[in-house]
Design a protein around this ligand. Sequence first.
Ligand code: P53
Length: 487
Amino acid sequence: MAFPKDFLWGGATAANQYEGGYLSGGKGLSTLDAITGGSKEHPRMISFKTKDGKTHQVTREQSLPAGAVGYVDPEQYYPSHVATDFYHHWQEDIALFAEMGFKCFRMSISWARICPKGDFAINEEGLAFYDRIFDELQKHGIEPVVTINHFDIPMHLADELDGWLDRQVVDYFVFFCETIFKRYKGKVRYWMTFNEINFLRSWTQIGIHDNSKPKRWQAMHHLFVASAKAVMKGHEIDPDNQIGMMVAYIPSYPMTADPKDVFAALQFNRDQESFIDVQVKGYYPAHRIKEFEREGIVIEKLEGDDELIAQGTVDYIGFSYYMSTASSADPDKVKYVGGNQMPAVKNPYLTESDWGWAVDPLGLRISLCKLYDRYNIPLFIVENGFGAQDVVEADGTINDDYRIQYFRDHIQAMKDAVELDGVDLMGYTPWGCIDLVSAGTGEMSKRYGFIYVDLDDEGQGTLARSRKQSFFWYQKVIESNGESLGE
Ligand code: P53
């Protein structure tokens, strides 16, 4: 048998894309509550107010003027407000996860639900909400895997302090972590600090107004320090806690054997790996330090920061894997993919999803090998999946065989990495195991789930849940511990 007996099969979600209840139970506003829906053609927009009271919108790539505050426009649709309403469907949803045989369930805790303003004031109702979730999961023998922070920050911290640019946010975040580590001790053992830390750069994600490179890196330094402190706190509160980091891992291949392309791929890959280096090895890699020197980027550090980063290293590497890319030294060949997150070249050997993400199962095995060879600590695939438009047939069935195909090939690759390459893999939680809002485009029509949710891109629908064909397929995979992947 390839997979260990206690392998963590499950699924993954995030509060801002799934939970809804954006003002219920005492929750404060999060930056993501002020970002509109979008589509392949139209980017999601941030709504904000300037000091003169005027309202404006910018894309996530753009900076906000100093002093601008997040604004929820009653005329606009914001997908996070209801999302797919886990807030009211948690019992039903957890029962469906249990029916699929989930051993674990990855979710995030909304910071603004626990600390509505992000400061030291706690919302007991928020804590009680997650108590109910963890108790329900336990009832079904499902282990929670908690992302402490997934792509947002309490809006108050963005408005008042310029988000993670302000060192005080480190203390607020560590207080939030301490609160949840203490409260959920014995209920939650698997944690990870920041979702896709290598992607954090905008107002919605980290609350900074000016997202120029020097500011982004100053905020990033604070994130690294906060993560290290959280890891140490978590271990102190419960030595059984397993606390990981989380990176978006997208291996890049050189477009040709031209050393220039090989070097372009190396630069792409080490940019992502540098985030793992800091959190696993405990120091900034030399190439990053040289880059800062060259570009005149000076990171303000407090005395002891380097030691904190060295001490607060993580127990495992959590990563998302959706696609690979190809790199070229020729700028004319480069396009942007993944919600404009990265420069890449179309790889002629691979097919792409409708959203331009290259489908590459062997790339998953390559990633597992690279990461395990390089870091030698346990790995956890905490996101993987195929975003596609699903069709509900007249009789209610949803034949998502394209999704089954994607998962079959990726699980086979993962199996090979464990069986043939000896990779130490803890678990596998496919993304959006139940349909939820797309982070990149804000659409509902880019679906990932085994479970369908009746909701459209304008927020219309009954929110009713139904099982797709992939639901029954994944159930068999889990039942056989990955031995049976079907035809
Ligand atoms: P969506 C881009 C590329 C790879 C992963 O993404 C990404 C993104 C962001 O768009 O994010 C992760 O919903 C993220 C999830 C997100 C998921 O991938 O754009 O951790 O929040 O939903 C899928 O299709």
